[in-house]
Design a protein around this ligand. Structure first.
Ligand code: NAD
Length: 499
């Protein structure tokens, strides 16, 4: 059985805690590896070594740090197929989707190549008589990132690349469900020229997360995962005096207006609802058609498209729409929630409960489900299902649809499909959600904008990537300087020339 340890000071090391977790191949249902779960002592030692490596890295000029990122980008392209295969084998998503996972992380690394510009600071000449004032952006020291299973390449890169290029050392605690790609990223960072110790990958579970939260040397923590854990990490990290940003769960609504192109809307819903088996924080999980006629026509268009979805293992290449979910526990949770929807009286118009794939009976596959006539009091509406389950809530008017999305506790992403610019503009202005799509179902901002939700989808006040990442991973220092006048009188100011 493959054993996955930690990446410490530029080397793979075995865990010493004696605790491990199973890593599955979700397509076959087999346990394919065991990942070490670090103890507090292992985490603290990794942090101490990172702190020792950080000052020399911070002293390197920003252009040189950016060149490491440049090289890293080219290595990611070189190893794209290898990374995607390892990712799909542990996560279950299709190969094209795994490449998208790497690509969306790589784009943030590309943005980090602009670090010399982002870190330039500010300068005021003659802020007073003979006084200059300047603000520096300095690294926060040692930062940590705690990341979820659903984007094992992208989110580690969103965290580590900006932190490191700003001159920090970084402790990455990836998801214990799919730890191989983060380890491969660390190897590539070393090959790109990152000094040993600046990036440490410590695998683990709650014990190592708690050790991060209580470690006095770590001054900033970035987290992505479910909302209860986001809130816990935010509260405990802040109580310990750290800078913390936590991105949590989602329940993304898509509003379909009566004037929308319903073929386009149905295609968008199928891709955004079932892609990656619904295991995306920007998945659309609630469709809100406005008006009974819109709803009836939408359901009519959705059903054949959903029934035609191809569910299968990543080894089928481009021939599958989505793969298995990540663990047997995830599958059970989805099945329980689907049953709760049926019991609560929602109409299950596409029933994926009997889905089974010949030759992959032990894999964690879940057939596609479509619910109609879901109401806000139902558990399937309130909870994030994180599976291939789309709920339809019928709204009587635009205002009712808007209010529904606004009243939900999550506020990560949302979308409106319409041909009416006025409705779209009103929606974008009034909705209390962080990322909005207009005729775009998954409005994930590009690397040079920032990514973040509102309400219970976030704890903290800066977004991920884009300019906010440079703010989060640096502290501002402002210097006011005045030099005594008159010293220059004794100097020689004529350029020396040969007689
Ligand atoms: P999770 O909360 O179970 O785990 C996230 C991380 O927290 C992992 O590294 C895990 O080891 C750690 N963790 C788990 N339980 C813990 C505990 N009790 N104490 C301390 N640490 C703990 O999330 P997940 O299942 O890996 O990921 C899916 C969730 O992430 C979904 O809710 C999804 O919406 C969310 N997500 C959000 C965003 C975003 O940007 N808002 C992006 C991707 C995923």
């Amino acid at each position: 059985m493959e054993q996955i340890g930690h990446w410490i000071n530029g080397k793979h090391v075995a865990g010493t805690s004696g605790r491990t977790a199973d890593v599955w191949n979700p397509a076959t249902g087999e346990v394919q590896a065991q990942v070490a779960l670090a103890s507090k002592a292992e985490l603290d030692a990794a942090v101490a070594d990172a702190a020792a490596a950080q000052p020399a890295w911070a002293a390197m000029n920003p252009q040189r740090r950016a060149r490491v990122m440049m090289k890293f980008v080219s290595l990611l392209h070189r190893d794209m197929d290898k990374l995607a295969e390892a990712l799909s084998r542990e996560h279950g998503k299709t190969i094209p989707d795994a490449k998208g996972d790497v690509q969306r992380g790589l784009e943030v690394v590309e943005f980090c190549i602009g670090a010399p510009h982002m870190l330039k600071g500010e300068f005021t000449d003659s802020a007073g008589p003979g006084i200059d004032m300047y603000s520096l952006r300095q690294p926060i020291g040692v930062a940590a990132g705690i990341t979820p299973f659903n984007f094992p390449a992208m989110i580690p890169m969103w965290k580590m690349a900006p932190a490191i290029v700003c001159g920090n050392a970084f402790i990455l605690k990836p998801s214990e469900r799919d730890p191989s790609v983060p380890m491969m990223l660390a190897e590539l960072m070393q090959e790109a020229g990152l000094p040993d110790g600046v990036l440490q990958v410590v695998n683990g579970d709650k014990d190592s997360v708690d050790a991060i939260l209580d470690n006095d040397t770590i001054s900033g923590i970035g987290f992505v995962g479910s909302t209860p854990i986001a809130q816990y990490i935010y509260e405990r990290g802040c109580a310990n005096g750290k800078r913390v940003q936590c991105f949590g769960g989602a329940k993304n609504h898509m509003i379909i207006m009566p004037d929308a192109d319903l073929d386009q809307a149905a295609d968008a819903l199928v891709g955004a609802g079932y892609g990656a088996a619904g295991e995306r924080c920007m998945a659309i999980s609630v469709a809100v058609p406005v008006g009974e006629e819109t709803a009836d026509r939408l359901i009519e268009k959705l059903v054949p498209k959903i029934e035609a979805l191809k569910v299968g293992p990543y080894t089928s290449g481009n021939d599958v729409d989505y793969g298995p979910v990540v663990t047997p526990m995830a599958k059970q949770n989805i099945e329980r929630l689907v049953q709760s929807g049926v019991d609560a009286g929602a109409e299950l118009v596409v029933d994926g409960r009997d889905f089974s794939l010949q030759g992959y009976e032990d894999g964690f596959f879940v057939g596609p489900h479509l619910f109609d006539r879901v109401t806000p009091d139902m558990e399937i509406y309130q909870k994030e299902i994180f599976g291939p389950v789309l709920s339809t809530v019928r709204a009587g008017s635009y205002e009712e649809a808007l209010k529904l999305a606004m009243d939900h506790e999550y506020g990560n992403g949302t979308a409106i499909f319409t041909r009416d610019g006025d409705a779209a503009r009103d929606f974008a202005n009034r909705i209390n959600v962080g990322m909005v799509g207009i005729n775009v179902p998954i409005p994930v901002p590009l690397a040079y904008h920032t990514f973040g939700g509102w309400k219970k989808s976030v704890f903290g006040d800066l977004n991920q990537h884009g300019p906010d990442a440079f703010r989060f991973y640096t502290k501002t220092k402002t210097v006011t300087s005045r030099w005594p006048s008159g010293i220059k009188e004794g100097g020689e100011f004529t350029i020396p020339v040969m007689e």
